[in-house]
Design a protein around this ligand. Structure first.
Ligand code: TIU
Length: 241
């Protein structure tokens, strides 16, 4: 597989033209706070079990990205220990048993440096993989994500993680407005609510791909594991001039 070549991935609403060297895998908020009991997700009244089905397919996709030496980025939602970056409205919203910053079984809820803020061990970042700490739901708001992607020549994103309709969706919308093409593999994103998960995916691919494309990790892996580049990035650039 030549990462400079462009490959067609079967996706909705139509095929995604994938140039691996220009495409980062952006894994959103696969943190203990969302995927393990005792964290922020459960504090909001949610069952974390539905999110955990995303772990295995994310592991496979991450392994493929690493095997090909492609760009991987991770994000974490969390706040400063002094809460100075936490809007009071966000702290109070949800009316959970514990609020952001309160002490729970995984340390202080949604606070950087606490056990709950860590990415789950199954998807632990390598030292070479940037981790974006974000105070909001979107990964572009108040972070250096866009600058890093631009400096790395990234134009496309495969966005995975949790939750589909909250941080994944906000990030895809932000990325779309900044000119990135986003592909979301449906098995690698998860929600506490199956209906909102389905609606989130439907919104991304509606109206001819208003925010991006939806596919499945196996379809991406089948391209990464094959050797049939359709046309090179150079020839594609010439075509689009
Ligand atoms: N509550 C919920 O569904 N999600 C979040 O609060 N953050 C993320 O989606 N990461």
């Amino acid at each position: 597989m030549n990462p400079q070549h462009t490959f067609s991935i079967d996706a909705e609403p139509y095929a995604f033209e994938f140039t691996p060297a220009r495409c980062a895998l952006l894994i959103v908020d696969m943190q203990r706070d969302f995927l393990e009991p005792g964290g922020f997700g459960e504090t909001l009244g949610n069952d974390v079990a539905p999110l955990r089905r995303t772990i295995a397919p994310n592991q496979k996709l991450l392994a493929a990205w690493r095997a090909h030496g492609l760009q991987v980025m991770h994000t974490r939602e969390g706040h400063r220990p002094d809460l100075m970056d936490l809007p009071p409205a966000k702290r109070l919203r949800g009316r959970g048993t514990r609020l952001i910053g309160d002490l729970g079984p995984l340390g202080r809820i949604l606070i950087r440096g606490e056990p709950g803020n860590e990415i789950i061990p199954q998807l632990a970042p390598l030292p070479s993989e940037p981790v974006i700490d974000k105070p909001g739901k979107g990964a572009f708001y108040a972070t250096d994500l866009h600058a890093i992607l631009q400096n790395r020549g990234i134009r496309q994103l495969v966005v995975t993680g949790v939750t589909t309709e909250v941080c994944v969706h906000t990030t895809v919308r932000e990325a779309n407005d900044r000119g990135y093409d986003c592909l979301v593999p449906e098995d690698c994103v998860g929600s506490y609510f199956p209906d909102l998960h389905a609606a989130g995916l439907a919104m991304i691919k509606s109206q001819g791909g208003i925010f991006g494309w939806v596919s499945h990790s196996e379809k991406i892996l089948s391209v990464l594991n094959c050797d049939s580049g359709i046309r090179s990035a150079d020839s594609l650039a010439k075509e689009t001039k």
